[in-house]
Write a protein of this length. Structure first.
Length: 163
């Protein structure tokens, strides 16, 4: 019986998110019904792999909005997607990357903004930088983020000197 469940679960693993979620649910049922199974470790490993698959897909979608923003000049969708990603996957492996790309999108949005929105967006981008720096002080992106932060601060200074 247990072998059949594992085989069925392996067959459920596809590229479609709906089927991935269903496979995770079936694995959870298996784990709950057979907590002493010799397949418990394998089932838990599969759950982790499938969870990462969902995480990676959500991350790549948000990252794609960042890329598309380069053509449209609109990075709002990217920022919202990364915010949603961070809420949906609080323990995500890609969490540090998401913090960076959210900041990067906010940076681009602020720099490209019209004057009447620019100051507010510069401040918001700096807030995202602070979140990145606080949560991931050793991020591989920090050197680049620091350069972008300096540019944001210089732009923001032009608004404070105008006042």
């Amino acid at each position: 019986m247990q072998q059949k469940v594992i085989i069925i679960i392996h067959l459920c693993i596809t590229k479609e998110q709906k089927e991935t979620v269903e496979a995770i649910e079936k694995l959870q049922l298996f784990v709950n019904e057979y907590p002493n199974s010799k397949y418990l470790a394998e089932a838990n490993t599969l759950v982790k792999e499938l969870d990462f698959k969902l995480e990676k897909k959500a991350f790549e979608i948000a990252k794609q909005y960042n890329l598309i923003g380069g053509y449209t000049g609109d990075y709002v969708a990217s920022i919202k997607s990364f915010n949603n990603f961070l809420l949906e996957f609080p323990g995500a492996t890609l969490r540090g990357d998401a913090f960076y790309y959210r900041f990067n999108s906010a940076y681009k949005l602020a720099i490209l903004s019209v004057d009447y929105k620019k100051e507010e967006r510069l401040k918001e981008a700096l807030d995202y930088y602070q979140a990145l720096n606080k949560s991931y002080p050793n991020s591989v992106y920090l050197e680049e983020a620091n350069i972008l932060k300096e540019e944001l601060q210089q732009e923001l200074n032009t608004f404070t000197t105008k006042s």
